[in-house]
Design a protein around this ligand. Sequence first.
Ligand code: ZN
Length: 356
Amino acid sequence: MRLMKVAPRENGSPLKARSWIVGVDLGGTKILAGLGDTEGNIRAELKVATRAEEGPERVVGRIAQTVCELLQHTGVKEKEIGAMVVGAPGPLDPSSGIVYQPPNLPGWDSFPLKERLSGYFPDFPVMIDNDANLAALGEYRFGYQQVFDNLLFMTVGTGIGGGIILDGRIHHGACGAAGEFGHMVILPEDGPLCGCGNHGCLETLASGTAIAREARDMVRAGKGALLWELAGRDMERLTAEVVGEAARKGDEAASEIIARAGYYLGIGLANLVNIFNPAAIVIGGGVVSGLGELLLVPAREEMKRRAMKLQGEKVQVLRGKLGTRAGLLGCFALAAQKYPTTPNLCQSVAEIKEGF
Ligand SMILES: [Zn+2]
């Protein structure tokens, strides 16, 4: 466990009760917990390994322990916490707080996450939402400062996820599972098999996993010599990042792989643009951080080509501004919507955010 920078407690200004928000971004490999306020100022944060293989009860215990350490290190008392918001991998039901079999959390079968955490922390309300929804809300509120009231967020990493912000609020759908952009079917007949059981979902064509798979296929076919060299002649190390590196060095095979992923991504974006008429689609996630415009230029081009004229000309396709903290900041944004009067008390430590 590693404690990130923590600002000294403000001198001479005792914290008022119910001022702080605990945010937790629960992922398949890491738990990022932060203490902050409804203005998105992070006072302190801790990152620990999820160790998902140990099962849900142990993971919940680890979340609780991490939050307690965060409070200890900052000197904040439980009675000073206004709310706790947890972003977890879906599918989940935000109202009941039950998590249903997320692919990256084995053994979480209808697990009552909200109830279990409330058991550890009975003194403040616990809210649960989908991690991609919270990342969407974080980018909407703190990344783009509420400029776009109708915004879609897409995360392109190992898989592809999404969140829908309509009129400034998360759109959850009938059972809390809206925004699965990665499972838009793009190539139904001969597309690769997806984890969801369909063929040719966007995730199988434009995610980091898809890009790496294409690169391996190309190397096996005797092409992509530079890809093979950059991966240290090891198929396991042939990642989307390596493909990006090869493309920047002028490797044609790598450029072709990324352009094709961008093309499919653009088809997905055009579908979203026609359905939602968003002002902006913000794209985050590890693959976009690594490949950047290499992926987004062909994606924008294909989107413009396919989207209906009015919506296609209106929409902006932008990169996320919050990086790996989008989900955590989304926790504070959700608390701000639920508790709009919670005062901002850590303005004085806002500058430490830049230093992380
Ligand atoms: Zn799928």
